[in-house]
Design a binder for this molecule. Structure first.
Ligand code: ZN
Length: 169
């Protein structure tokens, strides 16, 4: 029964062989599957039908980020965290909070149901949870993301932020 479920789950990937890392045989048997990383990936334990070597594969739907210059790259939660951490410099924002924010942002952009997302949309998805986390970090991040040019831009962003704070409470 479990094997049957694994075959069904693997169906969209059929036609793309998983090579045995020991003998490069294309056929392997799935002996265990489990959902990992908050449901965004499936880890499979496999056994090669040729050499009986056992190995593990992780299947995760690729999310491509289209950067402003048109170049695409795979979405990276670590890279997102690095970007937000820069805005949090000198602030008391624990790493755990950054990890949760990154996971929330990834879930938000993945929930759009597209395999491609604009870097801009990721920035947008970061703003709201970051505002709840730390207002100074939010303003720093917004100033880069929205390309602030003057103190006036900060002023109007602060007004906007306070309006949203009031709406939250
Ligand atoms: Zn093998």
């Amino acid at each position: 029964m479990a094997a049957q479920a694994a075959v069904v789950a693997a169906a969209p990937w059929r036609g793309v062989p998983v090579y045995c890392p020991f003998c490069h045989n294309e056929q392997s048997r799935v002996i265990d599957s489990r959902v990992v990383d908050a449901g965004t990936a499936i880890r499979r334990r496999r056994e090669c039908t040729n050499c009986s070597g056992r190995f593990t594969t992780v299947e995760k739907a690729v999310l491509l980020v289209v950067k402003r210059n048109g170049i695409t790259e795979p979405f990276s939660r670590d890279k997102l965290i690095r970007g937000v951490r820069r805005a949090c410099q000198g602030r008391h924002v624990p790493d755990d909070a950054l990890k949760r924010l990154a996971q929330e942002v990834e879930e938000t952009v993945r929930s759009h149901g597209s395999s491609q997302v604009n870097a801009n949309d990721i920035g947008l998805a970061i703003l709201e949870p970051l505002r709840h986390l730390d207002e100074v970090a939010y303003l720093r991040f917004a100033s880069v993301y929205k390309s602030f040019e003057s103190a006036d831009d900060f002023e109007s962003e602060i007004r906007l932020m306070k309006r949203r704070d009031r709406a939250d409470s």
